[in-house]
Design a protein around this ligand. Structure first.
Ligand code: PLP
Length: 394
């Protein structure tokens, strides 16, 4: 970590206390710009679930992105942050009728997840045009919980159900004008994203009225030092060839979309925690901190790796430490046997790459309050941008 960034983070920890999430505006904007540069032929809808902080949403909106929500609450948060209805999309499985009705009324493009949703949409006459979320049998992701394509996934309409979907559409006088898929989260191999996209184009060729094709999210970022970033240049180059061929062959104007979440915000966020205790067992040297899986669930839920740095020390002896939280469960461990400068009580640790699925998955488990959220602005200021997610939840 650069010394300037370290200094800003230490300053934020001092000023706002720990635990605290700190987001870097410049990094979020850089990630948006990267996608726009490599995929000028794509419309982007930011997946709000990755980080729903209102200021984060505004930064991403200002970059010309739309938003994708999976609940009425997420659509409400996006609208409050200024996203227009025409720039919203919605994808959700296992909805109540009221939720589907509300999603349709919001004006968002709704990608229907099942034959049942399609049937309900038709019966309630929620609109004459529909978009279908497909499960084409291709899945990818950092953990089985987030692989959303393939036979083990609850999401989407399978290819074998397409003819029934067409029949339902005809019965209700609906036109299928959109197709969407999302194969999973944190794919670091662009070839699987490409394979799924090409497959979707092949399927879309069978739908004469489709004018919107959404390849979903899933663009990964490296967490471990051994991981390489996605090769966006080669992914984009390959994808554009297929997209052009599709447009030419079909002779119609089609809008292409993606729904990145993690890619925009993961690396922009750190969770800062303070060392509160040290303890040795016959197996581990535990470093106790003032946060836990109630604030950052990914290590406990997915065994996810997050880089962790001791901000308070840049030299001295190193050792191997397991960083444990203050939640009353043994699984509350952020990292096991990680090498770092030997910490002392009071040191501040930065849990890096915590900007996506960090605060947005936080809970009040053990009746502890969620951390504050701080934005490091482009001008180098730290601003408290904490919000109460209950304001939008429904
Ligand atoms: C439908 C849909 N779109 C987009 C995303 C964003 O995924 P990611 O954050 O991996 O880009 C998700 C994440 O689960 C999703 O379910």
């Amino acid at each position: 970590m650069a010394n300037t960034e370290r200094a800003v983070l230490i300053q934020a920890a001092k000023r706002f206390g720990t635990p605290v999430y700190v987001y870097n505006q410049e990094k979020i904007e850089d990630q948006c710009k990267k996608l726009k540069k490599y995929f000028p032929y794509i419309t982007f809808h930011y997946a709000v679930k990755a980080n729903a902080n209102p200021q984060v949403l505004r930064i991403i909106r200002a970059q010309g992105f739309g938003a994708e929500g999976v609940s009425g609450g997420e659509l409400a948060a996006a609208s409050a942050a200024g996203f227009k209805a025409k720039d919203l999309s919605f994808t959700c499985s296992n909805l109540k009728e009221d939720e589907l009705r509300d999603a349709a009324a919001s004006g968002a493009r709704v990608h229907l997840d099942s034959l049942k949703q399609l049937e309900t949409w038709g019966r309630l006459q929620l609109g004459s045009e529909v978009s279908l979320r497909l499960n084409q049998g291709i899945g990818a992701g950092h953990h089985k919980h987030v692989i959303t394509g393939g036979p083990d996934s609850k999401f989407g309409i399978g290819l074998s159900d397409i003819s029934e979907a067409r029949q339902i559409a005809v019965r209700h006088g609906l036109q299928i004008t959109g197709l969407q898929q999302h194969i999973g989260s944190n794919a670091l191999d662009e070839s699987v994203l490409l394979k799924a996209a090409v497959r979707l184009l092949k399927t879309a060729a069978q739908f004469e009225n489709v004018s919107h094709i959404d390849f979903g999210g899933g663009l990964g970022v490296p967490y471990k030092p051994t991981e390489a970033p996605l090769d966006l240049a080669s992914f984009s180059k390959a994808l554009v060839t297929h997209v052009r061929a599709f447009r030419e062959k079909q002779g119609r104007d089609v809008e292409f979309a993606m729904e990145p979440g993690r890619f925009l915000v993961a690396e922009a966020g750190s969770l800062l925690v303070s060392v509160t205790d040290m303890k040795e067992t016959s197996r581990h040297q535990f470093v106790g901190v003032d946060s836990g899986f109630n604030h950052l669930l990914r290590p406990a839920l997915y065994a996810s790796y997050h880089p962790i740095e001791n901000l308070s020390r840049t030299k001295g002896k190193k050792g191997s430490f397991s960083i444990a939280g203050n939640v009353c469960e043994s699984g509350d461990v952020f990292a096991t046997d990680r090498e770092m400068f030997v910490p002392e009580v009071g040191d501040v640790l930065a849990i890096r790459n915590a900007g996506a699925y960090g605060f947005s998955m936080a809970s009040r488990y053990n009746l502890r309050t969620p951390p504050k959220e701080i934005l490091m602005t482009k001008e180098g200021k730290s601003k408290d941008v904490s919000f109460d997610s209950a304001e939008f939840a429904r």
